[in-house]
Design a binder for this molecule. Structure first.
Ligand code: 13P
Length: 252
């Protein structure tokens, strides 16, 4: 692992967790404190119901807490929606947007994600936008075309690079135990980096590009060592302290 890498390791808990999960937050806080991470930031994104209790517990810790979605609207009569400023109000520091599960099960379009991203960037939330191709698209050799289109359409022209993060998550790698070849991860991350620089200029080099999809303690070290990989978005392996800790062990 390159010593100079500034990594973000984020856990996406999806629809998992209960108040009992506060014990995992306590263990993580303790672990982060003893490890004294210099170049690694750790983020947990539980369901909305747990954000407030997690941020309250992690108040004086370096552990960051975020959400898995937010509205494209600021406030008003939008039943079931949660705005970015409401997330900030309960201490949330980040939000994941455009996850493939939201794109697929909630029919989220690039346009809707674009509007959510603009809304989130209007606050100080670290905004993680997910991109990824299906197995069908990969097999047809369309990975870069798909990623390029999602990137172009999901991001607004006006972004604050400091708060912008991209996560490359091949849909076929999520929850499957399969991961792309290291060289394929490199190619997609390099492509994303080039596209960001050509659209936003050199300042876009600051935008972290995470890899997500079946990251675990066995493959994390190799994945995090790939050039242009600035961290990981971890699903299943972030739900168990020992598994998530084993991934964090490779950082620093
Ligand atoms: P898994 O790590 O469980 O494959 O999930 C990845 C993911 O979707 C993170 O957002």
């Amino acid at each position: 692992m390159s010593k100079n890498k500034n990594l973000l390791i984020a856990g996406n808990w999806k629809m998992n967790g209960s108040r009992r999960s506060l014990s995992i937050v306590s263990l993580l806080m303790k672990y982060i404190k003893t490890k004294k991470f210099k170049n690694t930031h750790v983020l947990i994104c539980p369901p909305f119901t747990l954000i407030n209790s997690f941020t309250t517990l992690a108040k004086r810790s370096k552990l960051m807490v975020g959400a898995q979605d937010c509205s494209n609207k600021a406030l008003g009569a939008y039943t079931g929606e949660v705005s970015p400023s409401m997330l900030v109000d309960v201490g949330s520091q980040a939000v994941i947007l455009g996850h493939s599960e939201r794109r697929e099960y909630h029919n989220e379009s690039n346009k809707l994600i674009h509007d959510k991203v603009s809304n989130a960037l209007g606050t100080d939330l670290l905004t993680i936008v997910c991109l990824g191709e299906s197995l069908f698209q990969k097999k047809r050799g369309n990975t870069l075309r798909v990623i390029g289109e999602q990137l172009r359409k999901s991001l607004p022209d006006n972004i604050n690079v400091k708060n912008m993060v991209i996560a490359y998550e091949p849909i076929w790698a999520i929850g499957s135990g399969l991961i792309p070849e290291n060289d394929d991860i490199y190619k997609v991350h390099h492509f994303i980096s080039q596209k960001l620089i050509s659209r936003y200029g050199n300042k876009a080099k600051k935008i972290k590009i995470l890899y997500g999809g079946s990251v675990n303690k066995k493959n994390a070290s190799a994945i995090l060592s790939i050039q242009y990989v600035d961290g990981a978005l971890v699903g299943g392996a972030s739900l168990k302290f020992s598994d998530f800790k084993a991934i964090l062990e490779f950082c620093n």
